[in-house]
Design a protein around this ligand. Structure first.
Ligand code: ADP
Ligand code: MG
Length: 280
């Protein structure tokens, strides 16, 4: 079941990277969190963001959403610098992005339907038929249409996480952020979330940043592609004939800087003792 994505309003699409972070720094009171961070995420690329607790991963995602302003540097989303934008302008750019927070962060007093419809209402969509049609479409995408009238308390942890993916993709974002999307989930449910991340990437060309402590999840995203026929993941061909270039990059934050940024192969083969700690 394909999710039809109409192009999201925004500047004309060009060859700009989806995300460009340039010399970004931010501190809270006198605590330096990010010192000088620069990297790019190409369109359709998946950036796996690694770093110990407190290294600034969530702060970085908030900067990219324009929820925090950096003290220095530039943050470009599809070529547009967020830093000088007003709150109104930012809310337009945010429509092109979706985020799945660590705990799912659903509104407990709202039904699944209202949680998922939330952004459409925020964007002042009034046509209830259109809203319901779209809510059902994204719930089908995450295979949860049956849960449309349930309350969050009636859902399992995995279902809540899938609802938060549905909520995030309701406005057709071309960029998705996932903050530890599989944390606290059993392996089967974690796999279902990885399938969704790959499905958005491989069927919609979504660019994403995935914060994770589970490297096996990152390697699944790197080694497998979503098959619409199988409605699941199949091993990516690595013989070069498929024309697929692994769109996964790894980035390790350390002491407010980019300590490593590279391909899976570069990461796995790195001899650096600090990087090895993430691998074994
Ligand atoms: N709003 C805030 N005010 C003050 N300090 C903050 C705020 N947000 C994050 N921090 C601090 O920034 C550092 C990085 O936090 P965070 O990005 O949440 O780390 P993590 O890599 O675990 O996601 C932490 O030391 C945290 O206490
Ligand atoms: Mg965090």
């Amino acid at each position: 079941m394909a999710l039809s994505l109409s192009p999201t309003p925004g500047p004309a699409r060009s060859h700009e990277p989806a995300i460009e972070v340039s010399h970004v720094g931010i501190s809270f009171e006198d605590k330096l969190v990010l010192l000088d961070v620069s990297f790019q995420v190409g369109r359709g690329e998946t950036l796996v963001l690694l770093g110990v607790t407190g290294s600034g991963k969530s702060v970085l995602l908030k900067l990219l959403l324009g929820l925090l302003k950096p003290d220095s540097g530039r943050i470009l989303i599809e070529g547009q610098d967020l830093v000088p934008l007003s709150e109104n302008e930012l809310s337009l750019v945010r429509r092109r992005m979706g985020i799945v927070f660590q705990e799912g962060a659903l509104f407990d007093s709202l039904s699944v339907y209202e949680n998922v419809a939330y952004r459409l209402r925020e964007e002042r969509e009034r046509d209830e038929e259109k809203i319901e049609c779209r809510v059902r479409e994204v719930l089908r995408f995450v295979e949860l249409e049956d849960a449309i009238d349930k309350m969050p308390a009636e859902l399992s942890g995995g279902m809540r996480r899938r609802v938060s993916v549905a909520r995030a993709i309701i406005s057709n974002p071309l960029i998705m952020f996932y903050d530890s999307p599989t944390a606290g989930l059993d392996p089967v449910t974690a796999h279902a979330i990885n399938v969704l991340i790959a499905k958005l990437r491989d069927t919609q060309g979504v660019s994403s940043i995935v914060v994770t402590h589970r490297l096996q999840d990152a390697f699944v995203l790197s080694n497998y592609v979503f098959s619409p026929e199988k409605q699941g993941l199949v091993a990516a061909r690595t013989d070069g004939r498929s024309g697929r270039i692994d769109p996964t990059r790894f980035l390790v934050l350390r002491d407010g800087k980019v300590y490593f940024h590279g391909t899976r192969e570069e990461f796995v083969l790195a001899q650096d003792t600090y990087l090895r700690k993430f691998l074994i």
